[in-house]
Design a protein around this ligand. Structure first.
Ligand code: FES
Length: 105
């Protein structure tokens, strides 16, 4: 599936993400800047925070309690905020667009 990351300056970058990867892995493995992912995807750091394009809101799995809890540690959280390590890439999410915050802490 294709995932597009938009950085804080508005620059778009589309990467190919195999199904089963997390959106965070797709970013890290493609050197997308701005996703620190300090905990490596364990939902324990909140430095993989992204803003999901509203068009995809209904296609994402709901947040689990742990994600909600960790998001409290992210900066400038909005209703579009998700932890990208908790979003699994699926065929349905092809074309997903997420915006990377300007700062992860
Ligand atoms: Fe640490 Fe997502 S990588 S919470």
């Amino acid at each position: 599936a294709k995932v597009t990351f938009i950085d804080a300056k508005g620059v778009r970058r589309e990467v190919e993400a195999p199904e089963g990867w997390s959106v965070m892995e797709a970013a890290v493995k493609n050197d997308v800047a701005g996703i620190d992912a300090d905990c490596g995807g364990a939902c324990a750091c909140a430095t993989c925070h992204v803003y999901v394009d509203p068009a995809f809101k209904g296609k994402l799995p709901p947040k689990e309690e742990m994600e909600e809890t960790m998001l409290d540690f992210a900066q400038e959280v909005t209703p579009r905020s998700r932890l990208s390590c908790q979003i699994k890439v699926t065929a349905e999410l092809d074309g997903l667009v997420v915006t990377v915050p300007k700062d992860q802490r």
